[in-house]
Design a protein around this ligand. Sequence first.
Ligand SMILES: *[C@@H]1O[C@H](CO)[C@@H](O)[C@H](O)[C@H]1NC(C)=O
Ligand SMILES: *[C@@H]1O[C@H](CO)[C@@H](O)[C@H](O)[C@H]1NC(C)=O
Ligand SMILES: *[C@@H]1O[C@H](CO)[C@@H](O)[C@H](O)[C@H]1NC(C)=O
Ligand SMILES: *[C@@H]1O[C@H](CO)[C@@H](O)[C@H](O)[C@H]1NC(C)=O
Ligand SMILES: *[C@@H]1O[C@H](CO)[C@@H](O)[C@H](O)[C@H]1NC(C)=O
Ligand SMILES: *[C@@H]1O[C@H](CO)[C@@H](O)[C@H](O)[C@H]1NC(C)=O
Ligand SMILES: *[C@@H]1O[C@H](CO)[C@@H](O)[C@H](O)[C@H]1NC(C)=O
Ligand SMILES: *[C@@H]1O[C@H](CO)[C@@H](O)[C@H](O)[C@H]1NC(C)=O
Length: 460
Amino acid sequence: MKPRKPCFISLFFFFFFVHCYIISLADAYDPLDPHGNITIKWDIIKWGDSDESMYDARVYIFNYQLFRHVESPPGWKLQWDWYGKEVIWSMQGAEAYEQGNCHKIKGNLPHCCKKTPQIIDLLPGAQYNMQTANCCKGGVLTTMNQDPTRNSAMFQMHVGNAPYINVTNFTYDSKTLDTVAPKKFSLGLPGYTCDDPVRVVPPTRFAEDGGRRFTEAFLTWNITCTYSQFLASPAPTCCVSLSAFYNATITSCPLCSCGCRGQAGVKCVKPGETHNEDPLLQLPHSKDQVVPPLVMCTNHMCPVRVHWHIKTNYKEYWRVKVTINNLDFANNYTQWNLVVQHPNLRNVTQAFSFNYKALDQYGFVNDTGMLWGLKYYNDMLLQLGPNGNVQSEILLHKDPEMFTLREGWGFPRKISFNGQQCVMPPPDDYPRLPNNTPSNAIARPYVSSIIFLLALILLL
Ligand SMILES: *[C@@H]1O[C@H](CO)[C@@H](O)[C@H](O)[C@H]1NC(C)=O
Ligand SMILES: *[C@@H]1O[C@H](CO)[C@@H](O)[C@H](O)[C@H]1NC(C)=O
Ligand SMILES: *[C@@H]1O[C@H](CO)[C@@H](O)[C@H](O)[C@H]1NC(C)=O
Ligand SMILES: *[C@@H]1O[C@H](CO)[C@@H](O)[C@H](O)[C@H]1NC(C)=O
Ligand SMILES: *[C@@H]1O[C@H](CO)[C@@H](O)[C@H](O)[C@H]1NC(C)=O
Ligand SMILES: *[C@@H]1O[C@H](CO)[C@@H](O)[C@H](O)[C@H]1NC(C)=O
Ligand SMILES: *[C@@H]1O[C@H](CO)[C@@H](O)[C@H](O)[C@H]1NC(C)=O
Ligand SMILES: *[C@@H]1O[C@H](CO)[C@@H](O)[C@H](O)[C@H]1NC(C)=O
């Protein structure tokens, strides 16, 4: 956790409280997706086979986050600690990364004997007899909004050496039951932490025969994993640049948004320089390893830049062009998404060549929306190069109550790329409306309220 500023009781204690509250929000909790989580569900579907120390488990991973997905690489790598000396005899739909030391076992060798097994997804096109329904995506979990059919994973396994439970009367033996579930789950992804398993009563029901019949798990636990940007990466990876039809100035990303050029240990490729010989790209990369970015040398050094251009001002509508540039030679972004905050977004009429969805699920947010690529068209943001960008135009219906071109109102308040907040230029640098331009709309006291806020913060 970041150290918090001490909150003094003063005349402004209320505002200070708000200030501290905002700081603590930045730590773990995302106000735009307050219930966002990845849930692991551990269903024991059958206890006892040839002997009573064996069970069959079905494990699900659901991504219940609105705009944060799991990309490959790295893909999820589920890990837990067994309670006792359990071994995994066989698996479908996923596999253990290492078999571990199985020398104490006589006869056939188990699939995995590690105390802390690490389970990885199978790649698409895995052998048919290794598959399960909805499996084999190389560790990818899309967001709920982008593709609700691909936001989960499932694998099945046959577990041996399980702790003893009295099967004839197990439903009452709550204390022993809680030892059956493994502990210390981890998704192997930066920024996520998982809680202890919680036993779910009654256990999961599975629909069969198209929902005409139901079967039931013996025991079910769920494990909730939540994300914290602070734990994941304190440094930004994205920045925003701005322009408008009424001013030739292009406001570029702030200097050193993601790093400084020439900083020790920071590498970049100068325009025109060949990068293919770079030793970083020559390393043999395993398919699920994260490749460090190799960015183009810029003043901001971000791997991703989002450009917002106010393109046209019609009578009742206005049009914005959004361009995302990948400035990283070493990474493609699959299933990318952008979350944008702007007061007029509740009146989006159309987004051309992107998908758009308002993020108003929680009622109290009405100025935020999510953009993502069209499947097979621009849902992959390719590495730096001639095709390393995606773009779209957005048509917005003017809300005459608030629309204005003055004071940079047409620019977004916040943008995040793949759930990571992008660095915005300071409002003083925004392209300004020339002084003699008549505006067909009312100027809003937007800047004065910022000054008021700044004055308040300074006072404190
Ligand atoms: C996780 O997300 C699901 C789906 O939105 C929600 O039902 C559940 O309550 C969440 N869990 C926690 C602990 O927030
Ligand atoms: C298991 O539970 C049943 C029913 O309560 C009981 O009759 C039996 O003795 C128990 N077995 C053991 C080994 O404790
Ligand atoms: C199962 O065990 C509980 C206490 O452990 C006991 O109260 C209950 O009567 C037992 N049920 C059966 C069917 O034996
Ligand atoms: C997990 O189980 C707890 C306790 O039963 C429940 O409150 C929570 O909603 C469950 N989460 C999901 C995603 O089912
Ligand atoms: C990005 O994707 C393209 C097209 O699928 C592929 O040719 C290229 O090698 C990929 N680049 C990286 C860095 O993975
Ligand atoms: C949007 O949210 C703001 C702040 O919560 C609120 O003042 C405003 O009335 C809302 N507008 C609509 C149209 O719901
Ligand atoms: C903009 O959206 C809000 C909320 O949906 C609605 O009340 C308002 O009438 C809309 N304005 C225009 C100009 O479409
Ligand atoms: C365009 O915007 C810049 C930056 O805000 C400002 O310095 C400049 O005066 C503006 N140009 C005109 C013609 O107003």
